[in-house]
Write a protein that binds this ligand. Structure first.
Ligand code: HEM
Length: 337
Protein backbone atom coordinates (compact mmCIF):
# COMPACT_ATOMS: atom_id res chain seq x y z
CA UNK A 1 0.00 0.00 0.00
CA UNK A 2 1.31 3.50 -0.93
CA UNK A 3 2.32 5.81 1.96
CA UNK A 4 -0.28 8.40 0.93
CA UNK A 5 -3.03 5.74 0.89
CA UNK A 6 -2.08 4.74 4.42
CA UNK A 7 -2.31 8.31 5.68
CA UNK A 8 -5.73 8.80 4.04
CA UNK A 9 -6.96 5.47 5.43
CA UNK A 10 -5.73 6.35 8.93
CA UNK A 11 -7.48 9.75 8.79
CA UNK A 12 -10.79 8.33 7.56
CA UNK A 13 -10.69 5.58 10.16
CA UNK A 14 -9.84 7.94 13.04
CA UNK A 15 -12.39 10.63 12.10
CA UNK A 16 -15.18 8.16 11.61
CA UNK A 17 -14.51 6.81 15.11
CA UNK A 18 -14.52 10.31 16.64
CA UNK A 19 -17.75 11.26 14.90
CA UNK A 20 -19.61 8.36 16.42
CA UNK A 21 -21.01 8.90 19.92
CA UNK A 22 -19.64 6.17 22.17
CA UNK A 23 -22.17 5.85 24.95
CA UNK A 24 -25.62 5.47 23.42
CA UNK A 25 -27.99 2.75 24.59
CA UNK A 26 -29.16 0.12 22.16
CA UNK A 27 -31.86 -2.50 22.36
CA UNK A 28 -30.69 -5.94 21.35
CA UNK A 29 -33.23 -8.69 21.69
CA UNK A 30 -33.55 -8.03 25.41
CA UNK A 31 -29.92 -8.83 26.25
CA UNK A 32 -27.79 -6.42 28.23
CA UNK A 33 -25.39 -5.29 25.56
CA UNK A 34 -24.78 -1.57 25.35
CA UNK A 35 -22.92 0.87 23.13
CA UNK A 36 -19.93 2.24 25.04
CA UNK A 37 -20.04 -0.47 27.73
CA UNK A 38 -16.38 0.18 28.69
CA UNK A 39 -16.82 3.96 28.75
CA UNK A 40 -16.09 4.20 32.50
CA UNK A 41 -13.93 1.18 33.29
CA UNK A 42 -11.71 1.15 30.22
CA UNK A 43 -12.37 4.25 28.12
CA UNK A 44 -9.57 3.53 25.67
CA UNK A 45 -10.67 -0.06 24.98
CA UNK A 46 -12.14 0.46 21.51
CA UNK A 47 -9.28 2.79 20.53
CA UNK A 48 -6.68 0.22 21.52
CA UNK A 49 -8.42 -2.51 19.53
CA UNK A 50 -8.65 -0.19 16.51
CA UNK A 51 -4.98 0.72 16.80
CA UNK A 52 -3.76 -2.90 16.85
CA UNK A 53 -6.10 -3.94 14.02
CA UNK A 54 -5.08 -0.97 11.90
CA UNK A 55 -1.37 -1.75 12.27
CA UNK A 56 -1.95 -5.42 11.44
CA UNK A 57 -4.03 -4.43 8.41
CA UNK A 58 -1.25 -2.21 7.09
CA UNK A 59 1.08 -5.23 7.21
CA UNK A 60 -1.36 -7.68 5.66
CA UNK A 61 -4.90 -6.84 4.53
CA UNK A 62 -5.91 -10.49 4.60
CA UNK A 63 -6.36 -10.09 8.35
CA UNK A 64 -9.75 -8.44 7.64
CA UNK A 65 -11.52 -11.47 6.07
CA UNK A 66 -9.80 -13.70 8.59
CA UNK A 67 -11.30 -11.77 11.50
CA UNK A 68 -14.77 -11.73 9.97
CA UNK A 69 -14.74 -15.48 9.45
CA UNK A 70 -13.42 -16.07 12.98
CA UNK A 71 -16.28 -13.95 14.35
CA UNK A 72 -18.91 -15.83 12.30
CA UNK A 73 -17.53 -19.20 13.40
CA UNK A 74 -17.58 -18.07 17.03
CA UNK A 75 -21.11 -16.63 16.98
CA UNK A 76 -22.80 -19.51 15.14
CA UNK A 77 -21.51 -22.14 17.55
CA UNK A 78 -23.05 -21.58 20.99
CA UNK A 79 -23.07 -17.78 20.55
CA UNK A 80 -20.56 -14.90 20.52
CA UNK A 81 -18.72 -16.03 23.64
CA UNK A 82 -15.13 -16.39 22.39
CA UNK A 83 -15.42 -20.18 22.76
CA UNK A 84 -13.57 -20.58 19.44
CA UNK A 85 -10.45 -19.05 21.01
CA UNK A 86 -10.05 -21.58 23.83
CA UNK A 87 -7.19 -24.12 23.67
CA UNK A 88 -8.72 -26.27 26.41
CA UNK A 89 -11.62 -26.31 28.88
CA UNK A 90 -12.24 -27.70 32.38
CA UNK A 91 -14.00 -30.74 30.82
CA UNK A 92 -10.93 -31.66 28.78
CA UNK A 93 -13.07 -32.38 25.70
CA UNK A 94 -11.73 -31.46 22.21
CA UNK A 95 -12.38 -27.74 21.68
CA UNK A 96 -14.19 -25.99 18.78
CA UNK A 97 -11.00 -24.98 17.01
CA UNK A 98 -10.06 -28.66 16.52
CA UNK A 99 -13.19 -29.27 14.43
CA UNK A 100 -12.56 -29.80 10.66
CA UNK A 101 -14.87 -26.82 9.93
CA UNK A 102 -12.35 -24.63 11.77
CA UNK A 103 -9.21 -26.06 10.19
CA UNK A 104 -8.11 -22.70 8.77
CA UNK A 105 -9.55 -20.11 11.10
CA UNK A 106 -6.99 -17.37 11.46
CA UNK A 107 -6.63 -14.09 13.30
CA UNK A 108 -6.25 -15.67 16.75
CA UNK A 109 -2.74 -14.28 17.26
CA UNK A 110 -4.03 -10.78 16.64
CA UNK A 111 -6.73 -11.25 19.29
CA UNK A 112 -3.98 -12.38 21.73
CA UNK A 113 -2.01 -9.24 20.93
CA UNK A 114 -5.00 -6.97 21.53
CA UNK A 115 -5.83 -8.75 24.77
CA UNK A 116 -2.25 -8.31 26.03
CA UNK A 117 -2.46 -4.54 25.35
CA UNK A 118 -5.83 -4.30 27.10
CA UNK A 119 -4.66 -6.27 30.12
CA UNK A 120 -1.89 -3.68 30.57
CA UNK A 121 -4.38 -0.82 30.24
CA UNK A 122 -7.22 -2.22 32.38
CA UNK A 123 -6.71 -5.75 33.73
CA UNK A 124 -9.51 -8.31 33.68
CA UNK A 125 -12.04 -5.84 32.29
CA UNK A 126 -12.54 -6.33 28.56
CA UNK A 127 -13.88 -9.71 27.44
CA UNK A 128 -12.35 -11.66 24.57
CA UNK A 129 -15.83 -11.88 23.01
CA UNK A 130 -16.02 -8.06 22.88
CA UNK A 131 -12.44 -7.80 21.59
CA UNK A 132 -13.36 -10.10 18.69
CA UNK A 133 -16.51 -8.04 18.02
CA UNK A 134 -14.64 -4.70 18.01
CA UNK A 135 -11.81 -6.09 15.89
CA UNK A 136 -14.29 -7.46 13.33
CA UNK A 137 -16.11 -4.12 13.17
CA UNK A 138 -12.77 -2.37 12.55
CA UNK A 139 -11.79 -4.91 9.89
CA UNK A 140 -15.08 -4.28 8.09
CA UNK A 141 -14.54 -0.50 8.20
CA UNK A 142 -11.01 -0.87 6.85
CA UNK A 143 -12.35 -3.02 4.01
CA UNK A 144 -14.57 -0.30 2.59
CA UNK A 145 -17.80 -0.19 4.60
CA UNK A 146 -18.79 2.73 6.86
CA UNK A 147 -17.56 2.63 10.46
CA UNK A 148 -20.44 1.52 12.66
CA UNK A 149 -21.11 1.31 16.38
CA UNK A 150 -21.40 -2.08 18.05
CA UNK A 151 -22.86 -2.76 21.46
CA UNK A 152 -20.63 -4.50 24.02
CA UNK A 153 -20.80 -6.14 27.44
CA UNK A 154 -20.34 -9.76 26.30
CA UNK A 155 -18.69 -12.23 28.68
CA UNK A 156 -16.47 -15.19 27.85
CA UNK A 157 -17.56 -18.79 28.13
CA UNK A 158 -15.68 -21.51 29.98
CA UNK A 159 -16.81 -24.21 27.58
CA UNK A 160 -15.93 -25.08 23.99
CA UNK A 161 -16.69 -28.43 22.36
CA UNK A 162 -15.77 -29.54 18.86
CA UNK A 163 -18.96 -31.63 18.90
CA UNK A 164 -21.06 -28.42 19.06
CA UNK A 165 -19.71 -27.27 15.68
CA UNK A 166 -21.59 -30.04 13.86
CA UNK A 167 -24.86 -28.77 12.44
CA UNK A 168 -24.10 -25.13 13.24
CA UNK A 169 -21.60 -24.20 10.52
CA UNK A 170 -22.77 -25.03 6.99
CA UNK A 171 -20.35 -26.51 4.46
CA UNK A 172 -19.91 -25.53 0.81
CA UNK A 173 -22.07 -28.45 -0.35
CA UNK A 174 -24.73 -28.23 2.37
CA UNK A 175 -28.20 -28.09 0.72
CA UNK A 176 -29.70 -24.59 0.74
CA UNK A 177 -32.75 -25.67 2.77
CA UNK A 178 -30.43 -26.87 5.55
CA UNK A 179 -28.44 -23.63 5.37
CA UNK A 180 -31.65 -21.59 5.68
CA UNK A 181 -32.61 -23.70 8.69
CA UNK A 182 -29.27 -23.06 10.43
CA UNK A 183 -29.58 -19.29 9.90
CA UNK A 184 -33.19 -19.37 11.09
CA UNK A 185 -32.13 -21.07 14.33
CA UNK A 186 -29.72 -18.19 14.93
CA UNK A 187 -32.49 -15.63 14.38
CA UNK A 188 -31.85 -14.70 10.73
CA UNK A 189 -34.44 -14.73 7.97
CA UNK A 190 -33.68 -15.65 4.35
CA UNK A 191 -32.89 -12.07 3.35
CA UNK A 192 -30.49 -11.67 6.30
CA UNK A 193 -28.78 -14.88 5.17
CA UNK A 194 -28.31 -13.69 1.58
CA UNK A 195 -27.05 -10.32 2.86
CA UNK A 196 -24.57 -11.93 5.28
CA UNK A 197 -23.17 -14.16 2.56
CA UNK A 198 -21.95 -10.97 0.88
CA UNK A 199 -19.02 -11.52 3.26
CA UNK A 200 -17.75 -13.84 0.52
CA UNK A 201 -16.91 -10.75 -1.52
CA UNK A 202 -13.48 -10.70 0.10
CA UNK A 203 -10.89 -13.21 1.25
CA UNK A 204 -10.35 -16.62 -0.25
CA UNK A 205 -11.30 -20.29 -0.23
CA UNK A 206 -9.12 -23.31 -0.83
CA UNK A 207 -9.56 -25.51 -3.90
CA UNK A 208 -10.62 -28.41 -1.68
CA UNK A 209 -14.00 -26.71 -1.14
CA UNK A 210 -14.92 -26.37 -4.81
CA UNK A 211 -12.71 -28.59 -7.01
CA UNK A 212 -15.51 -31.18 -7.23
CA UNK A 213 -17.38 -28.58 -9.30
CA UNK A 214 -14.61 -28.67 -11.91
CA UNK A 215 -14.06 -32.37 -12.26
CA UNK A 216 -16.52 -35.32 -12.14
CA UNK A 217 -19.30 -33.04 -10.95
CA UNK A 218 -22.05 -35.55 -11.74
CA UNK A 219 -22.70 -38.63 -13.85
CA UNK A 220 -23.94 -36.35 -16.66
CA UNK A 221 -21.70 -33.29 -16.46
CA UNK A 222 -18.04 -33.19 -15.54
CA UNK A 223 -18.16 -29.43 -14.80
CA UNK A 224 -20.91 -27.78 -12.72
CA UNK A 225 -23.20 -26.25 -15.40
CA UNK A 226 -23.96 -23.26 -13.17
CA UNK A 227 -20.31 -22.17 -13.50
CA UNK A 228 -19.35 -19.76 -16.27
CA UNK A 229 -17.20 -21.95 -18.62
CA UNK A 230 -14.35 -19.43 -18.85
CA UNK A 231 -14.32 -18.98 -15.10
CA UNK A 232 -14.39 -22.77 -14.64
CA UNK A 233 -11.33 -23.05 -16.90
CA UNK A 234 -9.58 -20.34 -14.87
CA UNK A 235 -10.32 -22.18 -11.62
CA UNK A 236 -9.13 -25.48 -13.09
CA UNK A 237 -5.83 -23.83 -13.97
CA UNK A 238 -5.53 -22.38 -10.45
CA UNK A 239 -6.26 -25.72 -8.78
CA UNK A 240 -4.24 -28.01 -11.12
CA UNK A 241 -3.03 -30.64 -10.64
CA UNK A 242 -5.72 -31.99 -8.36
CA UNK A 243 -4.01 -33.50 -5.38
CA UNK A 244 -3.20 -32.83 -1.80
CA UNK A 245 -1.06 -29.79 -2.46
CA UNK A 246 -3.41 -27.98 -4.84
CA UNK A 247 -6.35 -28.75 -2.55
CA UNK A 248 -4.78 -26.29 -0.13
CA UNK A 249 -4.26 -23.56 -2.77
CA UNK A 250 -6.27 -20.45 -1.97
CA UNK A 251 -8.31 -18.65 -4.64
CA UNK A 252 -9.81 -15.20 -4.10
CA UNK A 253 -13.60 -15.13 -3.84
CA UNK A 254 -13.73 -11.96 -5.91
CA UNK A 255 -11.03 -11.43 -8.55
CA UNK A 256 -11.57 -7.67 -9.18
CA UNK A 257 -11.54 -6.34 -5.61
CA UNK A 258 -10.35 -9.35 -3.58
CA UNK A 259 -9.86 -7.48 -0.32
CA UNK A 260 -12.80 -5.06 -0.47
CA UNK A 261 -16.19 -5.79 1.03
CA UNK A 262 -18.63 -4.87 -1.71
CA UNK A 263 -21.66 -6.15 -3.60
CA UNK A 264 -19.68 -7.37 -6.64
CA UNK A 265 -20.11 -10.81 -5.12
CA UNK A 266 -23.79 -10.78 -6.15
CA UNK A 267 -23.03 -9.67 -9.71
CA UNK A 268 -20.54 -12.53 -9.89
CA UNK A 269 -23.22 -14.93 -8.67
CA UNK A 270 -25.49 -13.82 -11.53
CA UNK A 271 -22.77 -14.53 -14.08
CA UNK A 272 -21.68 -17.90 -12.67
CA UNK A 273 -18.39 -16.68 -11.22
CA UNK A 274 -18.53 -18.16 -7.74
CA UNK A 275 -16.29 -20.54 -5.84
CA UNK A 276 -18.78 -22.17 -3.51
CA UNK A 277 -21.80 -24.15 -4.64
CA UNK A 278 -23.61 -23.04 -1.45
CA UNK A 279 -23.34 -19.45 -2.72
CA UNK A 280 -24.17 -20.22 -6.36
CA UNK A 281 -27.44 -22.01 -5.57
CA UNK A 282 -28.83 -18.78 -4.18
CA UNK A 283 -29.35 -17.66 -7.80
CA UNK A 284 -31.68 -20.58 -8.59
CA UNK A 285 -33.53 -20.99 -5.29
CA UNK A 286 -36.97 -19.33 -5.63
CA UNK A 287 -36.74 -17.71 -2.18
CA UNK A 288 -33.26 -16.24 -2.59
CA UNK A 289 -32.87 -15.46 -6.31
CA UNK A 290 -34.76 -12.16 -6.26
CA UNK A 291 -32.83 -11.03 -3.16
CA UNK A 292 -29.54 -11.80 -4.93
CA UNK A 293 -30.61 -9.58 -7.85
CA UNK A 294 -31.71 -6.84 -5.47
CA UNK A 295 -28.32 -6.84 -3.72
CA UNK A 296 -26.45 -7.01 -7.02
CA UNK A 297 -28.03 -3.82 -8.32
CA UNK A 298 -28.30 -1.83 -5.10
CA UNK A 299 -24.92 -1.47 -3.40
CA UNK A 300 -26.13 1.10 -0.87
CA UNK A 301 -28.99 -1.11 0.27
CA UNK A 302 -26.66 -4.10 0.65
CA UNK A 303 -24.18 -2.07 2.71
CA UNK A 304 -26.85 -0.79 5.06
CA UNK A 305 -28.41 -4.22 5.51
CA UNK A 306 -25.03 -5.92 5.89
CA UNK A 307 -23.99 -3.66 8.77
CA UNK A 308 -27.36 -4.16 10.43
CA UNK A 309 -27.19 -7.96 10.29
CA UNK A 310 -23.57 -7.92 11.42
CA UNK A 311 -24.63 -6.07 14.59
CA UNK A 312 -27.38 -8.65 14.99
CA UNK A 313 -24.89 -11.50 14.55
CA UNK A 314 -22.91 -10.04 17.46
CA UNK A 315 -25.92 -10.53 19.74
CA UNK A 316 -26.46 -14.25 19.07
CA UNK A 317 -26.67 -16.14 22.41
CA UNK A 318 -24.32 -13.79 24.22
CA UNK A 319 -23.36 -14.19 27.87
CA UNK A 320 -23.90 -11.00 29.88
CA UNK A 321 -24.10 -9.74 33.48
CA UNK A 322 -22.74 -12.40 35.84
CA UNK A 323 -22.71 -15.18 33.24
CA UNK A 324 -19.36 -16.59 32.09
CA UNK A 325 -16.20 -14.68 32.96
CA UNK A 326 -13.68 -12.13 31.71
CA UNK A 327 -10.70 -14.23 30.68
CA UNK A 328 -7.17 -13.07 31.49
CA UNK A 329 -5.89 -14.55 28.25
CA UNK A 330 -8.16 -15.40 25.36
CA UNK A 331 -6.85 -18.93 24.85
CA UNK A 332 -7.43 -20.11 28.42
CA UNK A 333 -10.30 -20.15 30.91
CA UNK A 334 -9.50 -18.60 34.28
CA UNK A 335 -8.04 -21.22 36.62
CA UNK A 336 -9.13 -21.41 40.23
CA UNK A 337 -12.61 -20.01 39.67
C1 HEM B 1 -23.68 -20.97 3.92
C2 HEM B 1 -22.87 -20.45 4.79
C3 HEM B 1 -21.39 -20.43 4.61
C4 HEM B 1 -20.58 -21.39 4.07
C5 HEM B 1 -20.96 -22.73 3.49
C6 HEM B 1 -19.23 -20.85 4.12
C7 HEM B 1 -18.11 -21.52 3.67
C8 HEM B 1 -16.85 -20.98 3.58
C9 HEM B 1 -15.70 -21.67 3.06
C10 HEM B 1 -15.68 -23.13 2.59
C11 HEM B 1 -14.66 -20.80 3.11
C12 HEM B 1 -13.22 -21.10 2.71
C13 HEM B 1 -12.46 -21.57 3.92
C14 HEM B 1 -11.10 -22.16 3.64
O1 HEM B 1 -10.66 -22.31 2.51
O2 HEM B 1 -10.47 -22.52 4.63
C15 HEM B 1 -15.15 -19.56 3.62
C16 HEM B 1 -14.40 -18.42 3.77
C17 HEM B 1 -14.89 -17.25 4.31
N1 HEM B 1 -16.13 -17.06 4.87
FE1 HEM B 1 -17.70 -18.29 4.73
N2 HEM B 1 -19.26 -19.62 4.67
C18 HEM B 1 -20.55 -19.31 4.99
C19 HEM B 1 -21.01 -18.17 5.59
C20 HEM B 1 -20.22 -17.10 5.94
C21 HEM B 1 -20.69 -15.95 6.68
C22 HEM B 1 -22.12 -15.75 7.19
C23 HEM B 1 -19.62 -15.12 6.84
C24 HEM B 1 -19.53 -13.81 7.55
C25 HEM B 1 -20.53 -13.01 7.76
C26 HEM B 1 -18.49 -15.75 6.17
C27 HEM B 1 -17.25 -15.19 6.02
C28 HEM B 1 -16.20 -15.77 5.33
C29 HEM B 1 -14.97 -15.08 5.02
C30 HEM B 1 -14.67 -13.61 5.28
C31 HEM B 1 -14.14 -16.01 4.38
C32 HEM B 1 -12.71 -15.77 3.86
C33 HEM B 1 -11.71 -16.09 4.96
C34 HEM B 1 -10.26 -15.79 4.58
O3 HEM B 1 -9.98 -15.28 3.51
O4 HEM B 1 -9.40 -16.12 5.42
N3 HEM B 1 -18.89 -16.96 5.65
N4 HEM B 1 -16.49 -19.70 3.92
Amino acid sequence: MMKMDRVVLALIFTFSMILNPSCAKMHNNGNKLQIGFYHKECPKAERIVADVVFKAYLKDQRIAPQLLRLFFHDCFVKGCDASILLDSTPSGQPVEKTSPANDRVKGLNLIDKIKARLEEECPETVSCADILTFATRDAIALSGLPYHMVPSGRRDSRTSRAADVTGNLPGSSTPIEDIKEIFKRKGFNVEDMVVLLGAHSFGSARCKWFEYRLNNFSSIESVDPSLNPLYAAHLSAMCQPFGEESAETSVDFEPTTPLKLDNLFYLNLLTGRTLLQSDQVMTSDPETSSIVRQMAFNPIQWRRKFLKVMVQMGTVNVLTGKQGEIRKTCRAYNKGV
